[in-house]
Design a protein around this ligand. Structure first.
Ligand code: FES
Length: 378
């Protein structure tokens, strides 16, 4: 963290400084060949004709680096849907950023991958829907998606590019978690992110299909704990548990406006993936203002920084520097108030609150595409 770059905070904050951002998530397009029903893109996808240009992205990368950002994750949708992906990676590298490409691997040939790596791609994060071919098809709504990913992962290994497998887990694939961990090892991944679905946006439309049972959740916690011990020094495992069964909220985005900023395909700058669901906020655009002005001065980034916005129970809580008040989007979606304590928090709410909200998932028979609302390709 660039403490030297810290600037005075707005008057309403009780913290005295705003730290410089460290991570930029560049969502360069919302187009995607896959249709995952838990996609983190908003339900209102941004169309191709208002995506910002290569030159605009190059300026965004430069401004981000000047602001203190060290790493850019180039993501989508599927970033390979942009024909200028090689130029975007080169521009990010020219700005001295560490370049992480978050991809499904679909639509990237071996020679294109060569070009991306030559242009400066430092690290690849490959999403995995399932280790079972039919399961992967059910979630991605694309035939042979698993097989194509495995081929891509082998190319990445041959080129010696560091690989992270990003396995999104839910009711339909959690029972195959041990095989998922095994596959990550076989593919030569250095890091495995086991991320349970976060129930916002598309995922909230598919909660009845995707929400795991309490039993699955408990089992998963144990499997991850055991694997971390067994694979220490071989595979780094990051874990996002099933939020709804947790006792305390997650530190969503590591706190609003604390560490990361997201630039959407049209240049909007957001503090989190789902921020546009907070309709009382207006989000600035990188085409109109510098990232620095947006990060330090915009109302949208300042509103949930510090603790002035918090209800009393959070303001006086010893965990407020751990979870930073939890998730604002979840508070709005479940409680109708973006400033409320995160509904997951058992200190602030009856513990059954969120689970009760999910009664529909209990005992529900799942397994066909008819029960799924897929996100469209574009
Ligand atoms: Fe928006 Fe958590 S997803 S604050």
């Amino acid at each position: 963290m660039h403490i030297d770059d810290a600037k005075p905070g707005p008057e309403h904050m009780t913290e005295t400084t705003i730290p410089a951002p460290q991570v930029l998530l560049a969502e360069v397009t919302h187009r995607c060949p896959l249709q995952c029903p838990y996609c983190s893109n908003p339900t209102e996808l941004i169309k191709k004709d208002i995506e910002i240009s290569t030159a605009d992205w190059a300026r965004v990368f430069k401004e981000a680096a000047e602001l203190g950002v060290l790493q850019v994750s180039i993501s989508g949708g599927e970033p390979a849907a942009r024909r200028d992906l090689t130029e975007l990676i080169r521009a990010a590298r020219d700005a001295d950023l560490y370049v992480n490409l978050i991809t499904s691997g679909i639509g990237i040939t071996k020679s294109r991958l060569d070009n991306l790596v030559d242009a400066g791609c430092d690290h690849i994060q490959l999403s995995l829907q399932d280790v079972d071919s039919d399961g992967a098809k059910l979630i991605s709504n694309l035939n042979q998606s698993l097989e194509r990913k495995l081929e891509f992962a082998n190319w990445v290994a041959e080129m010696g590019v560091p690989l992270t497998i990003n396995a999104v887990m839910h009711r339909l694939n959690l029972d195959r978690l041990p095989e998922t961990i095994e596959l990550a090892q076989q593919l030569g991944a250095r890091r495995l992110e086991i991320a349970n679905v976060q129930y916002h946006g598309w995922a909230s439309l598919n909660k009845h299909v995707l929400m795991p049972t309490q039993e699955q959740s408990d089992k998963t916690n144990q499997i991850v704990a055991d694997a971390r011990v067994k694979l220490q020094g071989q595979l780094l495992i990051d874990y996002v548990p099933v939020d709804h069964y947790a006792e305390y909220p997650k530190s969503c985005m590591n706190g609003w406006g604390r560490v990361a900023l997201i630039v959407a395909p049209d240049g909007s700058v957001l503090p989190c993936h789902n921020a546009t669901t907070l309709e009382h906020l207006t989000f600035p655009n990188a085409l109109d203002q510098s990232l620095g002005t947006i990060w330090y001065e915009s109302h949208a980034f300042n509103i949930y920084r510090g603790d002035a916005w918090m209800p009393e129970i959070c303001k006086t809580c010893d965990r407020k520097e751990v979870d930073y008040g939890g998730c604002r989007c979840q508070a709005l979606a479940i409680l109708g108030d973006a400033s409320a304590a995160d509904p997951v928090c058992s200190r602030a709410h009856p513990h059954a609150l969120v689970v009760a909200n999910d009664h529909v998932s209990q005992g529900y028979e799942v397994g066909t595409e008819k029960q799924i609302t897929y996100r469209p390709n574009s």
